[in-house]
Structure formats: structure tokens, C-alpha cells
Design a protein around this ligand. Structure first.
Ligand code: CMC
Length: 439
């Protein structure tokens, strides 16, 4: 609140007059927001429930306080626990970043060593989990396999349901980060019909993932250092992104005190959609459909006219109204990867598409810029991955952010079970009609 004696203009509050009743209310402003519950007192009569705010898709509603990651969408800034994403991507490793997101501080040398050991020793999964995965059809989408198998982990680790216990939460976090890569890699191998590869504890997190994905008959898999580092950097960039659809799902499921694997399964399901983590897959399908640079202008016209609801996939973001900082870093990395893998044949179409879109009024007016998914799929494809696995490669690092945010909620005394309101617009109080009288 503003200081006493200073005029109303300096007060941290909002004055509202309800024109239905002529009554005025003063509502506190804190951190640039008002509390939605403060407007409930605004009523027209005694029977009135009180004023609600209507916010489909939560476009202007903060549901949590958080100190995990920060985005300034107008300036194109992303920070994890205050550290700029550019610095973490240049100097950090994925597991170091995971420690930062989970614990809030960068680890010292021994903390990092212990963390890496702890996670590495959780990469093995039980043989029953493997058998469970073997039950999927040969053409199962790996994201569907990931959703189900991660959800099934709750049956193997029943102690995970003790969610109020901080040490149990940390144990599940380490376990989830360790196992998600193994399950993801096995989902990929399943689609190829190849035997599943067990983890190799001598390798880094990303190196071991490549081992479980790509090892064939060699005695020891040696990852290419450029590819290994590229995966590590991509994972740093995807590790958290504040309150997106999947983080919100994770928190919503967690708010009922469900175990974290059930919540993770929900979060992965939310990520699966083409408007979220499935966009990297959709970008490649779009570029393949465009086929040649010559077809770009007519494709752009279709997007602008909304023909068949077609969108420029990998473009636009609810929060970024500027270039997504992650997209910049992914684009820079693409060249290094292509030196090893060979240039992706779709790159020319992507570059030209970006150039045309960034000069077009439709995209300029709506502040639509490339997001992280625009170039990441090109890199994954050049590395030899089929498109179906792309959202899975997003889910592996995002597990860190989901678990960090899930655990954070337990320290927030204001968090209760998530229970939004609705504006009911349907019929009311109708009498049952017998079958013979229905039209
Ligand atoms: N192509 C064409 N038009 C677009 C696009 C696009 N990719 N994105 C937004 N628009 C238009 C939209 O039609 C609307 O126009 P109008 O005002 O004339 O109706 C306007 O821009 C605002 O769009 P919106 O749908 O209200 O924006 P939103 O904040 O609800 O959606 C989004 C955000 C990411 C879902 C959307 O931009 C989109 O569908 N992008 C393509 C999918 C994609 O790349 N998703 C990955 C997001 S980043 C990775 C992640 O975190 O998951």
C-alpha cells in the first residue's frame, strides 16, 4: 500500500466502481497483480455469488509464484534461477543445469559429482518395465509409449505417493531424470524393432542417451563429441519454460497430491500436442509438404488466409513477442551439427520461410517469430532421428522443469487443489422426458 498522506495516485491499489450498484471498492495491487479472490466481494445483492474473472486459456492469470525460470517475452529473455539461458548453453552442462533448476543454485564441484553419480545410478529400469514396453504394437508412437510407461512407474515405486516428504520428492526427481532417458530411448528402439540397449554408466547423460538410442553391435559405443554436446545444449534449452501448458498440467495433477509419475504422465500428454512440444515434429512435416522454395509464397498465403486452419508451425508464442532466445541458439548450433551430419535438405526451405515471414505484415503485426521448435527438428532429423521421436526428445529435459516446479508447489502455503470456476451457459432445471415423447 502507498504511504499515508500521499494522494491516491501513489497508492498500490485499484479503485473499482460497479456501475450496476454504484458501489466502489479498493483492491490491493502487489507484484503488478490483483488477487482474483478480492473481486469476489463485488456483488449486486445478497444472493449474488460475487464477481468472477473469465480467462479462458489463462492468458492473463498468474496461478503461482515461482522462482524457477523467468521470461520477458517482449525483450526475448529467458533465465533459469536468474542465469541467462545463453550463458548456461555456452558454459554449462545439462546435468549442471538440472541441478540448478532443482536446487536453486549452481552446484560446486563435489555437489555436481554426487548429482551426476546419483542420476547415472538411476538410469537402469526394472525388467518388468521393459516387458511392459515390449507389449506395445510395433508401430506405437513413442510419445504414447512414454506417457504410459512413465505413468506406470508409480506402480513400481509406491513410496512416491508420500509427496509431502521433501526427501521423497528429491528421490523421485533424481529417479525421474535418470529413467526418462532410458524409457525414451527404448520407445525409439521399439519402433525400429531393435533390442533395447542398457545404460552405460561411463558415458555422460547425453552420451549415454545416444548409446541407448543408436548402439548396434559394437562392444562400446563412443558418441561423436559434437553431437553429444549438441544434445546437451538442446536439453539445456528445453529444461524449463515457466507456466506453459504441460507445467500447468503437472502442477494441476500434483495439486491433488497424486504421485509425481502420474503427474508426469499428464504433463507429457500435454506436451504431445502440435501446439506445444509436438510442434518440432509438425515443423518437419510442414517443410516436407512445402517441398521446394518455390512453393513457399503460396504456402504463406494459405497460412494468412487461414485455409484449412494451416499455421506456420514453429512460429509464434503466447509469451514471446520477440525472437525466442532459444531459437537463436538452436539456429547457431545447427551449422556445427550439419558439419558432422551433412546439411539438412530442408534447411533452405526453413531459412527462406523465416526470411519471408519476418518481412510480411501478417507476421509482423501479430509479432510472430520463430520459436524453439522451428530449427530443433532440423537438427534432430540431420542426426538421424525419425520425426515421431522429436517430442520425446523434448520431454526428456523438460522432466527436470516439471519436477522442479512440482516440488516447488509444496513449499507454497497458498497452493491448494486446483479448482477453476466456470461460466455455465447450458440449460437448467428441465424435467426428464420419457423416450416415447422425445422427438
Ligand atoms: N501461424 C500463423 N498464424 C499464427 C500463428 C502461426 N504459427 N501463431 C499465431 N498466429 C496468429 C493467430 O491466427 C492469431 O491471429 P488473429 O489475431 O488474426 O486471429 C494471432 O496470431 C494470435 O494467435 P493465438 O492463437 O491467439 O496465439 P496463442 O498465444 O494462443 O498461441 C501458439 C500460441 C504457440 C499456440 C501459436 O503461436 C501457434 O499455434 N504456433 C504454432 C505451433 C508452435 O510452433 N508451437 C510451439 C510453441 S514453442 C514450444 C513450446 O513451448 O511448446
Amino acid at each position: 500500500m502507498g504511504c499515508e498522506g500521499i494522494d491516491d495516485m501513489s497508492k498500490e491499489s485499484l479503485s473499482i466502481t460497479d456501475n450496476r450498484t454504484g458501489k466502489s471498492y479498493e483492491i490491493d495491487i502487489k507484484n503488478g497483480s490483483i488477487r482474483a479472490m478480492d473481486i469476489r466481494q463485488i456483488t449486486v445483492n445478497e444472493d449474488d455469488f460475487g464477481l468472477l474473472s473469465y480467462d479462458p486459456s489463462l492468458g492473463n492469470t498468474a496461478t503461482v509464484t515461482s522462482s524457477v525460470s523467468f521470461i520477458d517475452g517482449d525483450k526475448g529473455i529467458l533465465e533459469y534461477r536468474g542465469y541467462p539461458i545463453e550463458q548456461l548453453a555456452e558454459k554449462g552442462t545439462f546435468l549442471e543445469t538440472a541441478y540448478l533448476l532443482v536446487h536453486g543454485e549452481l552446484p560446486n564441484k563435489s555437489q555436481l559429482e554426487n548429482w551426476e553419480t546419483d542420476i547415472t545410478h538411476r538410469t537402469m529400469v526394472l525388467e518388468n518395465v521393459k516387458k511392459f514396453m515390449e507389449g506395445f504394437r510395433y508401430d506405437a508412437h513413442p510419445m504414447g509409449m512414454l506417457v504410459s510407461t512413465v505413468g506406470a512407474l508409480s506402480t513400481f515405486y509406491p513410496e512416491a505417493k508420500n509427496v509431502q516428504d521433501e526427501s521423497v520428492r528429491l528421490e523421485q526427481t533424481i529417479r525421474a531424470i535418470g529413467k526418462v532417458g532410458t524409457i525414451a530411448a527404448w520407445a525409439y528402439r521399439h519402433t525400429l524393432g531393435y533390442p533395447y540397449v542398457y545404460p552405460d554408466n561411463d558415458l555422460s547423460y547425453s552420451g549415454n542417451l545416444l548409446n541407448m538410442l543408436f548402439r548396434m553391435v559394437e562392444d562400446k559405443y563412443i558418441p561423436n563429441p559434437v553431437i553429444e554436446r549438441a544434445i546437451d545444449v538442446l536439453f539445456i534449452l528445453h529444461a524449463d519454460h515457466e507456466q506453459n501448458a504441460s507445467a500447468n498440467t503437472m502442477r494441476a495433477i500434483g495439486s491433488s497430491l497424486a504421485d509425481p509419475y502420474s503427474a508426469l504422465a499428464g504433463a507429457i500428454g500435454s506436451l504431445y500436442g502440435p501446439l506445444h512440444g509436438g510442434a518440432n515434429e509438425a515443423v518437419i512435416r510442414m517443410l516436407e509438404e512445402i517441398e521446394t522454395v518455390d512453393n513457399i509464397p503460396s504456402f504463406i498465403e494459405n497460412v494468412k488466409s487461414g485455409t484449412d486452419g494451416v499455421r506456420l508451425m514453429g512460429f509464434g508464442h503466447r509469451v514471446y513477442k520477440n525472437y525466442d532466445p532459444r531459437a537463436k541458439l538452436v539456429k547457431e548450433m545447427a551449422d556445427k551439427v550439419f558439419e558432422v551430419t551433412g546439411r539438412n535438405h530442408l534447411l533452405d526451405i526453413a531459412l527462406e520461410l523465416e526470411r519471408i515471414a519476418l518481412e510480411d505484415d501478417y507476421f509482423i503485426e501479430r509479432k510472430l517469430y520463430p520459436n524453439v521448435d522451428f530449427y530443433s527438428g532440423l537438427i534432430y532429423q540431420a542426426m538421424g532421428f525419425p520425426v515421431e521421436i522429436f517430442p520425446v526428445l523434448f520431454a526428456i529435459p523438460r522432466t527436470v522443469g516439471w519436477m522442479a516446479q512440482w516440488s516447488e508447489a509444496f513449499g507454497d502455503r497458498e497452493q491448494r487443489i486446483v479448482r477453476p470456476r466456470q461460466i455455465y451457459v447450458g440449460e437448467r432445471q428441465r424435467d426428464y422426458v420419457s423416450m416415447k415423447d422425445r422427438s
